[in-house]
Each structure stands twice: as C-alpha cells, then as structure tokens.
Design a protein around this ligand. Structure first.
Ligand code: ATP
Length: 606
C-alpha cells in the first residue's frame, strides 16, 4: 500500500501513514492474540477473580457498619476477617494477573516486531529510497509497543470494565432501583465526552507519532553524518535543527496531554456529580427511614466500583487512539508490497553466468526515463566495462540484474532464463555485488568476511582473505580476525575496507560479479594490492564493472559506453578506437587515471 509523501514541514523525511478506522486497526491487532488464547483467558480470569474479591468489600462493610450503628460491637469480627481475606485474594490474583499479562505482552511484542522486521527486509530497494531510516526505526521500536498496549491491556481492561459496569450496575438496581436510576444521570455527559475525545485525540496522536519519527530520522541522519557536521562546523546549526524537531514533538505530546488534562477530570467530575446526587437522594431516604445507613454506605461503595470502570474505559479510549495512530504506521509497513513473490523458478545448476539484456527500459518514476533500449550479451566469464558520464545510468543498469529494481520493459536473462521467473534468493545467490564504498557491518573482520558464506570453514575464510590481499593487515590488527571494525567499518582504512569486501565476495564465489570500481585514490602499493585482489575476484566470473580506471577498461572484453541512459558505443578497446567516437576521444586524452576526468575534458558530462 503506498502512502503519500508528507510535505507539511520543510525537510520532514517521514511519511504520513494511511488513515484507518479504529475498527480496522483493532481487528488487525487482534490477530496477534490468537496464538495466546490460554494466556488471554488466564489474564482475564485472574482479573475477574480479583474483581470478585473486591465485590465482597461493600457487602461486608454494610454488615460491619450496621453492627456498629446498632451497638453490636462483638459481632463484626468475622466480617472483618472475611474482608481481610477478600483483600488478600484480590491482591494475590492481581499479582498472578500481572505475571501472565507481562509474559503475554512481551510475547506479542516479540511476534509483531519480528513480523514487521521480516517484512521490512523483504521490501524493494525503492521503498527505502523514499523513506528515512529513523522513521522506519521509530515504527519498528516505538509504534509496535504502542499498538501492543491496546492489545493486552485494552483487552483485559475492556473486558473487565464492561463486565464490572454490567455486574455492579445490576447490583445497584437490585439494591435500590430509584437510587440506581439517579446514578445513571452522568452517563450522557460521559458518552458525549468520549465521542469528542475520540475525534480530537486521533488527529493529535497521528501528529505526535509523525513528530517523533521526524526527530528520530534527523538524529539518525546526523549520527551518520557526524564527521561532516564537524568538518563543516555545523554543530550549532544541527543543534537548532534538532531543537526544532524536538520542540515539534514536545508540542505534539503536550497537545495530547492538554486534551487529556481537560477530558479526564471533566469525566471524573461528571461521575462525582452522580455520587453527589446519590448521596443527596440516598440521604433523604435514610432520613425518611426508607433505607438504613449500612445500605447507603454499601450503595456508595458499589457506586464507586460502578463508576471506576467507566473512568477506565476513558483510559482505554486514550490507549486505543494512541494505538490507532501507531497501528496505522505499523500496518503501512506490513501492507507495503514485497519484492516479487510470484516467481517460483530457480537458476538451473551449474550457473554458467551468461547474461543478456534485451531491449531493457527502466524509470524510477513517471517523470523521466533512466534507461532506454539496453541490449547486451555477456558470455560466461566475460568482463564488461560500463563507462559513461555521471548520471548516464551505469549503476541503474547493473542494479536491474539482482532485481534491486525491476525493469519496466524488455527482459533480462541469465543462462537463457528470464530473471523475472526466478526466485530472488536463487537469483541473488549467484550474483556478488562489490560496491564503490565498501559497507562493513558493525562486527568483527571475521563476521564481515563470513557474510559471504556463513558456513565457510576456517580454511576457506583464510584463503579468501589471502586472495583478497587482506590477510596480512588483518593479522596485524590487535585482535586479528576478531577485531571489531566499528560502524560501517569506520576503524579500517578505505583500502582495507575494500579488500575485506572483496574477500567477502570471493567467499561467496558467485558466477556473476557486479563491481563498482572505487574512485577513491589510495597509495600506489595499496592500489596494486586492490587491483590484484580484483583480478582474482573477476577471474572466471561474468563481471560487470562500472569502470572508473582507464586501465580496467582497456582490459575488458567489452566496453559499453552509456549516455543519457542509452548504449551509444560498444566493443573492445581497439574496436572502439577504430569507431572513432566518444570512447576514442576519451582514450586520446592522456595523463588521467579516472575516466571521469576524461569525460570532463571532452565536455560530455551531463
Ligand atoms: P555515477 O557514475 O555518477 O554513479 P551512473 O551512471 O551510475 O552515475 P545512475 O546512478 O544509474 O548513474 O543514475 C542514473 C539517473 O537516475 C540519474 O539521473 C539519477 O539521478 C537517477 N537515479 C539514480 N538512483 C535513483 C533513485 N534511487 N531514485 C530516483 N532516481 C535515481
């Protein structure tokens, strides 16, 4: 389900969730309770038993008060003992209820969070292009918690409240119908209040959740860009930006609190008004000897038990509105269309790595076509270099192969099999991607290399590291292969990170390789080590290299020159020189290491 871009606040990276009715959200969250029916029953059972013990209180108090009024001081010992026993069991059941409730709650949070996370991982790359990580994190962490509260506490409190209202209401009517009727006077006020609150709170909760997301998104962005913030000396600027987002969250939260601060006491006052009316009318009955004091006291105590769940229902309504706003955001993720699911085929073994693009077209959105009529053929083991000015579509072209994005027209085949009919797991199992900026996970060097093949043996791991020319430097690290690389591999140099990522790809040993050559300059010795590692990685694999170094391009079996999303020239180095086109112009420019410099010199940059 697509949600629309939120544009009310400048630079707000969050998305407004699709609005859903309370009923829809509640129905959907109820699904998570199904596996825990026994726990739900135990939870409600304990709450009911605890409530039943509370019910003895007014009746026993009536006995005690009447004994005291009648001067029968010796008679009320047993009712007092009974009362203490009732309190004991009330609290015992309450303790059990809390235990069950918390286990139930944590189980449901765990299930829901896992489901949301699993879905997130299966959403297409394009989904993440449009959303801020901090927004998604807020949904997985905070919003799931909020939805869950209504599930557990709401179910329990709602059931108990409704049963209490019916039960105590009946008792009140059995005790004295006329006084009971008086006690119902505040009900219309309570109903109107609840309706007003429901309408007002939902809007405010939505805004508040959005503000929380926006703040978290900014925080995450800033943590990732902390070096840039410092390098540009923008701490004060960032302080201000964060303060603005934090203030929006504060205002949003205060807005909710203000409504609650008005609503909750007004509702309480309405019930107190009922108590006052009952006291006034009941007192007149006692004065007229139509009711005894004990009965009036018992009635007032039952009345408190009758009004209490009504107050709780308001709290529940608050919880539901919070959960509705949070649920809308969680269900936005759960309803988003997964990466292709229909395909059931697998690549036939062994995969030779023959790749064909047949008139492939692609656009990221309706505004612009990014790739047009791309046709290419890579024989198994061939090295294809992609060159072209920045923005010409090189990355987009290779990203279609592992189906990070789906082509909008034409077809792509591997060993003659259309990739749209192949399960993503099978497809990606046979393609390695080495990106320009090596991304390492926050773990050890060993974990990062093993990411290529989780069950690799120690020998395989070491062989890959040696082939990638990184074994030497790893053994020199304080903890060798168990050294932590820091977030995104921050503790390693650019050249080291590149080689670890090459080792990871070597270990994966896929027949097809996508390599976005790094443009970062490293010293000549490191450059040589990286080139060697890359040569080993490309050997016997069909390699698509987004080439930036002229030396890499010269060695390619085919060179594809892209411009404005089209292949304008193709052939090997000699053939392209003979064609005397853009590539020949590039090649004639001497003294450059990176192809971009040549493009700039001949003015072919978009
Ligand atoms: P470079 O050499 O600078 O990396 P490139 O040739 O690899 O460039 P692409 O990254 O494929 O070019 O981009 C092609 C076009 O598509 C560009 O105009 C770019 O702005 C656009 N583009 C790239 N990625 C996205 C995206 N995720 N969403 C929308 N547009 C995109």
């Amino acid at each position: 389900m697509q949600s629309s871009r939120h544009s009310s606040k400048e630079g707000d990276p969050t998305f407004q969730a699709k609005s859903r009715s309370t009923g829809e959200v509640l129905r959907r969250v109820a699904v998570y309770l199904r596996p825990y029916k026994a726990m739900a029953a135990a939870n409600i059972g304990c709450a009911l038993l605890s409530l039943a013990c509370s019910m003895a209180f007014p009746q026993l108090t009536q006995l005690i008060v009447n004994d005291v009024v009648n001067g029968q001081s010796g008679h009320y010992l047993w009712p007092v003992i009974g009362l203490v026993a009732a309190f004991f069991f009330r609290d015992l059941f309450n303790s059990l209820r809390l235990l069950v409730n918390n286990t139930f709650e944590q189980n449901v949070i765990y299930d829901m969070r896992r489901e949301v996370y699993a879905r997130l991982q299966r959403l297409p790359v394009g989904y993440f292009d449009q959303r801020a990580s901090g927004d998604l994190m807020t949904r997985v962490i905070e919003d799931v918690n909020s939805v869950e509260r209504v599930l557990i506490d709401g179910t329990e409190q709602g059931t108990i409240a409704i049963l209490s209202i019916i039960g105590f209401g009946l008792i009140l009517f059995l005790k004295n119908p006329a006084v009971a009727a008086i006690s119902l006077i505040p009900i219309p006020i309570l109903t109107v209040g609840a309706m007003w609150y429901t309408l007002t709170a939902h809007r405010r909760y939505r805004a508040q959740r959005q503000a929380a997301s926006a703040m978290n998104a900014l925080l995450m962005d800033n943590l990732q860009g902390i070096r840039q913030i410092k390098a540009f000396n923008r701490q004060n600027h960032e302080d201000d930006r964060f303060a603005k987002r934090a203030d929006e969250l504060r205002q949003g939260t205060l807005g909710i609190m203000r409504v609650w601060a008005l609503y909750s006491p007004v509702m309480n006052f309405a019930t107190s008004l009922g108590t006052g009316l009952v006291l006034w009318y009941g007192g007149s009955l006692v004065a007229a000897h139509k009711m005894n004091v004990g009965e009036l006291v018992a009635f007032l105590l039952y009345l408190a038990l009758f009004y209490d769940p009504i107050t709780k229902l308001h709290g529940l309504n608050q919880m539901i509105q919070a959960a509705r706003a949070a649920g809308e955001r969680v269900f936005d993720i759960l309803d988003a269309t997964e990466e292709r699911r229909a395909s059931a085929g697998v690549l036939a073994q062994p995969v030779r790595g023959e790749v064909r693009y047949e008139n492939v077209g692609f656009s990221y959105g309706p505004e612009r076509i990014t790739l047009k009529n791309i046709s290419l053929h890579a024989a198994p083991g061939e090295k294809i270099a992609l060159v072209g000015p920045t923005g010409s579509g090189k990355s987009t072209l290779v990203n279609l192969l592992p189906a990070f994005y789906e082509s909008t027209s034409g077809r792509i085949t591997i060993d003659g099999q259309d990739i749209t009919g192949i399960m993503l797991d099978s497809l990606r199992e046979h393609i390695s991607v080495v990106s320009q900026e090596a991304f390492l996970f926050n773990g050890t060097v060993r974990e990062n290399i093993l990411y290529g093949k989780l069950d690799a043996t120690e020998e395989q791991l070491l062989a890959a590291a040696r082939a990638a020319n990184c074994h030497e430097f790893i053994t020199r690290l304080p903890d060798g292969y168990n050294s932590h690389v820091g977030e995104r591999g921050v503790k390693l140099s650019v050249g080291e990170k590149q080689r670890v990522s090459i080792a990871r790809a070597l270990l994966k040993n896929a027949p097809i390789l996508i390599l976005d050559e790094a443009t970062a300059s490293v010293d000549t010795a490191t450059e040589k080590l990286i080139q060697e590692a890359l040569e080993r990685l490309m050997a016997n694999r069909t390699s698509f290299v987004i080439a930036h170094r002229l030396s890499t391009i010269r060695n390619a079996d085919q060179i594809l020159v892209l411009r404005h999303g089209e292949i304008i020239e193709r052939g090997n180095h000699e053939e392209l020189l003979a064609q005397d086109g853009l590539y020949a112009k590039l090649a004639r420019i001497q003294n450059t290491t990176f192809i971009e410099e040549s493009f700039e010199k001949i003015g072919a940059v978009e």
